[in-house]
Design a protein around this ligand. Sequence first.
Ligand code: PNW
Length: 475
Amino acid sequence: AHTSVAAPRVAFPPGFAWGSATAAYQIEGGATEGGRTPSIWDTFAKTPGKVLNGDTGDVAVDHYHRFREDVRLMADLGLTSYRFSLSWPRIQPTGRGPAVERGLDFYRALVDTLLEHGISPVATLYHWDLPQDLEEAGGWPIRETAYRFAEYASLAASALGDRVPVWTTLNEPWCSAFLGYGSGVHAPGRTNPADALKAAHHLNLGHGLAVGALREVLPASAKIAVSLNLHLVRPLTDTDEDREAARRIEAVGNRIWTGPMFKGGYDADLKADTAHIVDWDELVRPGDEAEIGRPIDLLGLNYYNPTIVSAPNGEAETAEAARNDGHGDSEFSCWPGSEDVVFHLANDDVTAMGWPIDATGLTDSLVGMHNDFGLPLLVTENGAAFEDVVGPDGEVDDPERVRYVELHLQAVADAIAAGADVRGYYVWSFLDNFEWAYGYSKRFGVVHVDYETQQRTPKTSARWYAEVIRRGGLA
Ligand code: PNW
């Protein structure tokens, strides 16, 4: 069709998904509409001191009312796929009982609009918005929540499974468990290392039970995935001590998920590192690991930066490095059992989040995941916040974001050349949005949003990405 477009210098495989991603609480607003009740993020955001400037997702970028305009914009840019999340309390307000049709109708309309524009939907079931009632019943640290999640997954997939071809269960369960219940910088803001580890197991169990429930109701052609923020861990030096620090962070950061999901169970070293915090024999019941290990079809990676660690040696980690690895401003650790490992920044070339730009970590992650798990891969998130400047005509020229995405697309191409089966890339994020504990102060969108008028304006990066898509690769 585009005979006038020159062949790309760096091409991607046929059928490669050119996408962008968002999450319900970060963009939807409509917090009390259609029968939606509060999730843990509504409660957390309204707790003084938890989110910068007291920002909340009550209105966010009003995607709940503006989704048709947003999908049109996606189509204008040529996106072939869109990853979004379903708000659990919009579909099942208390986390129990029947689905609310008005909640499902919103997603039916969104998905139908995407399909009308030829954009393939990828639905995430859980991007952190647990119904508040379930948190009050105990939240992810209790086993019951895993069963509630599987039931919700079944309700959502029964209603939308005829039109959504790719489903992902959890987004970044590491954040849910260790930022939500460990460092407390994310909802629900609890700070108990035992609860964080229990949450991790119950998120895993919820994933496995949900995979089973999804297989029962989805058509055979549907694909099931999970999105993990696997840390690309590098020891600061080659000493045994620094390599031991890297082993520990890989265990509680990565293998706590991939062990039971893909390798048959939790590794002995992870359990040994945390045995003083939680009784694994009591926590993990017979059959749990088999349940968690149900086969899935695709593995999603969310990648932002590498993780550099060294052994505890009395050297204080910098505030920037701590933030980079999820402590935020909390005095509580998000690394149970490995609280004393020291984090470092990979380099000084950082985004507005203070996150170092190092695309080699993306190549290394994808190649490592390919070798370790042998699954087809998706980059379900990658992107950057920068201090965008709005020009006189409302335009945003963001060459730093163009450079960031270009470097990371090149890194994906390098991984594919090395043999990794990468099927798609989803830039985070489509729209500027509610950046969790940072509120609206950090802008990740390729499309600018004026938070006063809700006007959308594609940034230079969006127009650049559209050219990449049209070309089928990098020039
Ligand atoms: C991811 N950390 O969050 C999420 O999936 C997105 O919703 C979010 O907007 C995006 O990345 C940018 O932050 C993370 O502290 C939040 O390590 C914090 C961490 C990692 C990922």
